[in-house]
Write a protein that binds this ligand. Structure first.
Ligand SMILES: [Zn+2]
Ligand SMILES: [Zn+2]
Length: 307
């Protein structure tokens, strides 16, 4: 009969005291600071809001590390005994005709150390004080699964702005990469605004409906809805000019997701541009995106204040 031994392994944290986590559902990575937040055994994924036992959020690196510690602690002493008996056997046989040589270097169990990855945004939950770190857009706090819609919105935009700043470090010939980063910031900006809409719909169901689901991705539909329920126009919350440029970039985002980024007749009609542009791709520059993210922020804050 062998004993079942349980080994307690404490996972190391990074230089800021943060512990890496991986969602079992969407597989995305985030970090939490043990000792902050709530004393609970569940964890909620900040990206997809999937909730289950904290232990199931262990990363592959952490599992490998824990396994290597467990093997060292449980098998180490057993093999030390075994090694001793083999050495005794070696001593008792070395004067006989049959000699027995023992090589024990294979009894070494290395610990599989790892380092946690760097993440761009550090957040302190304004409900439970958990300190956590995420990459890009996120939806909630891993501990209390709350967080005000505004703080998520502002943090998400901050992350997009940070990513945009990478462009200044690129070489002039890295134009393709530059386009990818610009489009990423555009998509992320629209997604942040859309996530804000979904949150506000939950908080203020009498003003913002749950359906259509992507109301905040479609400025025409949003405009129509707000003028009915709150008698406000989006262009009143920012300037007419800002709204026009925001509207243009929302349409650019739309064709990037639905028409490989090429201008179609619907785009021409909506932004009132030259039909000769059909089939070409609109040019956007970094400055457009910096302004875009600022205007989205301004619009989100102004809209929230009206609810
Ligand atoms: Zn997830
Ligand atoms: Zn929280």
């Amino acid at each position: 009969m062998s004993d079942i031994t349980s080994v307690h392994v404490t996972l190391p944290t990074d230089s800021k005291g943060m512990l890496g986590r991986e969602c079992p559902q969407c597989k995305k990575y985030f970090k939490v600071k043990p000792g902050t937040g709530l004393d609970i055994s569940d964890c909620t994924c900040p990206y997809c809001e999937h909730k289950e036992a904290s232990e199931n959020f262990t990363t592959d690196d952490q599992i490998e590390y824990a396994k290597s510690i467990a093997v060292k602690q449980t098998l180490g002493p057993i093999l030390k005994d075994f090694e001793r008996s083999l050495k005794n056997l070696e001593r008792s046989t070395n004067k006989s005709f049959i000699s027995f040589k023992v090589e024990t270097s294979s009894f070494n169990f290395p610990i599989k150390y790892y380092t946690e990855k760097d993440l761009e945004t550090e957040v302190i939950c304004d409900s439970c004080n958990l300190v956590f770190a995420v990459y890009g857009i996120f939806a909630c706090c891993p501990d209390c699964s709350r967080l005000t819609s505004m703080s998520i919105f502002l943090k998400s935009l901050e992350a997009s702005k940070k990513r945009l700043s990478v462009i200044s470090k690129l070489q002039p010939n890295e134009t393709e990469l530059q386009e990818v980063i610009l489009m990423d910031a555009l998509v992320a900006g629209v997604s942040s605004f859309d996530s804000l809409g979904k949150r506000l719909a939950r908080e203020f169901p009498s003003f913002i409906p749950e359906k259509p689901r992507n109301l905040f991705q479609n400025l025409d539909a949003l405009q129509e809805h707000l003028s009915k329920t709150l008698s406000i126009k989006l262009s009143d919350l920012i300037t007419e000019d800002e709204y026009k440029r925001l509207y243009y970039l929302f349409q650019v985002r739309h064709i990037s997701s639905h028409n490989f980024g090429e201008i179609d007749s619907d785009f021409v009609k909506k932004v009132n541009c030259d039909p000769k542009l059909i089939g070409s791709k609109p040019t956007i520059v970094k400055e457009d995106l910096i302004e875009f993210l600022d205007v989205i922020e301004k619009l989100g804050i102004a809209l929230r204040s009206k609810l």
